[in-house]
Write a protein that binds this ligand. Structure first.
Ligand code: NAP
Length: 311
């Protein structure tokens, strides 16, 4: 079994930052990523709030730059695994990680498996996913050029993605269950003056309509109870995140009520030697900048742990 000082699971901004710090300290690191490095940030077009890029930066470019920096510090004892983690078996000295069909071991393990967009569970949602229901404006927006769509949600994701979609579509209904939006004011201000957007507050979608593709939604106005159908070509859902990778988390790992991993401020989980960073942590702020910060803190503490345990 290949054994490493550190196994980093997930190649998003948290995992890449931690890997960079650990590699720069000449530790032998295994970086495990099932798809391509970049994580959740690849689901968006541009990143305008990552410091150092006053004009903003394309998300893929930021991901590529981070990956190149990690690569520049890789050495003959470090390794990359492009496969899915299936299990973690915590141990006293070593924690075993099943990657694809291969067991590897790490003296410390960092989980940065991230989060994915949550489903609403509406009638028609599952059946019509990929047939007009989408959770990724960047991936699917092009299919709705000059068409009419709805965006559901009131957070940063919904408004940011609505602004992107409004550039492509003919008309967009932004539907939020409350009067107040939780998204940052700068997104609200842009959405509220966008001529293509109709803002539907205190409204909930009851079902998504369509047999083989989306044809509309049934919407309820929560203030007057009125229920009506709106004909549409597409529905984009951005109502928060759920954890990714739960299937491989050890049973004894402490999670919050939504399944996100509980850590202290040093990114330590309740299992000694196992850390978590980035969107998979139980926290309120999920940003590239905060993921990068988590990754740096985690790596710093993993190094202290290794020093105190004989490395
Ligand atoms: P979020 O902030 O948790 O917002 C989820 C939105 O969905 C809320 O407005 C919520 O309504 C609504 N919602 C939840 N369940 C619903 C339901 N069953 N029916 C209808 N509406 C429902 O999630 P997010 O927007 O995906 O953002 C997640 C994290 O990523 C946040 O920390 C956010 O700041 C961050 N993020 C940052 C950026 C950026 O900085 N550029 C971009 C994207 C995401 P209520 O408001 O009524 O609860």
């Amino acid at each position: 079994m290949k054994t490493f000082d550190a196994v980093v699971i997930g190649g998003g901004p948290a995992g890449m930052t931690a890997a960079l710090y650990l590699l720069r300290s000449h530790l032998n690191v295994a970086l495990v990523e099932k798809l391509s490095t970049g994580g959740q940030m690849l689901m968006t077009e541009r990143i305008d709030n990552y410091p150092g890029f006053p004009e903003g930066i394309e998300a893929w470019e930021l991901a590529d730059r981070m990956a190149a920096q990690v690569k520049s510090w890789e050495h003959e004892e470090s390794a990359r695994f492009n496969d899915e983690v299936k299990a973690i078996e915590p141990g006293e000295e070593l924690h075993k990680v099943l990657v694809g069909d291969e067991w590897i071991a790490g003296r410390v393990v960092l989980i940065c498996s991230g989060a994915q967009y949550r489903r609403l569970g509406l009638p028609g949602e599952k059946e019509l996913t990929g047939r007009g229901v989408s959770y990724c404006a960047l991936c699917d927006g092009n299919f709705f050029r000059d068409k009419e769509v709805a965006v559901i949600g009131g957070g940063n994701s919904a408004l940011e993605e609505a602004l992107y979609l409004a550039r492509l579509v003919k008309k967009l209904h932004l539907i939020h269950r409350r009067d107040d939006f939780r998204a940052t004011k700068c997104y609200q201000n842009k959405c509220f003056v966008n001529p293509k957007m109709q803002i539907l507050r205190s409204s909930v979608v009851l079902r998504i309509l369509g047999e083989t593709e989306v044809t509309g939604i049934t919407l309820q106005d929560l203030k007057n109870g009125e229920i009506r159908d709106i004909p549409l070509d597409g529905v984009f859902i951005f109502v928060g995140f759920e954890p990714q990778g739960s299937a491989f988390f050890p049973e004894s790992l402490q999670k919050d009520g939504h399944g996100f991993l509980i850590t202290d401020q040093e990114m330590r989980t309740n299992i000694p030697g196992i850390y978590a960073a980035g969107d998979i942590r139980s926290k309120t702020c999920r940003q590239v900048a905060s993921a990068v910060g988590d990754g740096a803190v985690a790596a710093h503490n993993m190094m202290s742990y290794l020093e105190h345990h004989g490395k």
